[in-house]
Design a protein around this ligand. Sequence first.
Ligand code: PDD
Length: 280
Amino acid sequence: RIAYVNGRYVAHDQARVSIDDRAFHFADGVYEVAAVLDGRLVDLDGHLDRLERSLRELRIAAPMARRPLTFVMREIVRRNRLRDGLVYLQISRGVARRDHAFPAQAGPSLVMTARPVNLAALEAKAGQGVAVMTMPDIRWGRCDIKTVALLPNVLAKQAAREAGAYEAWLVDAQGHVTEGSSTNAWIVDAEGRVITRSLSNAILPGITRASLMAAARAAGITIVERSFTVAEAKAAREAFITSATAFVTPVVRIDEAAIGNGAAGSVALTLRALYLDHIR
Ligand code: PDD
């Protein structure tokens, strides 16, 4: 495997960054994960738009313009001979002596990696559906920025996995689901309406979420952006999650409650097919 580190393509196992990188000291960096299908980057413009916004919000300088960045992403796909997989890219504020305030000198660091994914295994997981576990959302007030500060997400995912669930659904102080630890959260109500929380500082604006919305609306499927409670989700006809890594994956259990008849929902599977059609 080949990685990219600050201007160089290097063997993944040999790739190194400084111990003074601010991502290491302060999680002072942002990232993106984009899927690759048939060698093509999925929803690339959306990911680059969001990356630029994350950088702006944190006042981190872009390490390069969009065109060369796109070139490096495609080059990482090419050099890894990636057909189906994921590209990870991370930009930190740079390398500087540890001091909380922004460094005067340092420029941003850029790291990119790629790995293949087993599409058949992903497809099987979607067909089966996954379990989620709800827990309090203890994250900060800017969950709309895709930063590498993911400790609450890590703890939530680990708690879910230890309980035999695939994903954690995070719940705000009002009892509403915000999103998953690394996915957006959706339900389908008794009338077949597809519901997901509206964008705010409380959730990441998922690129898969936006892309699926466009595909669904083009197909005449109504999408409602509003908050929903855990109780409403448990009583929903269907539930599902979206992300660059899961695409659209049905949820068949929330805590102890089976969703619908306990099998992957037909609306979710239809939306998955619509989404995959839309991006291919
Ligand atoms: N996670 N919400 C959170 C908190 C996320 O971390 C992610 C993505 C999403 C879905 O966003 P998108 O559709 O753009 O992938 C929602 C990535 C995949 C990760 O951290 O691995």
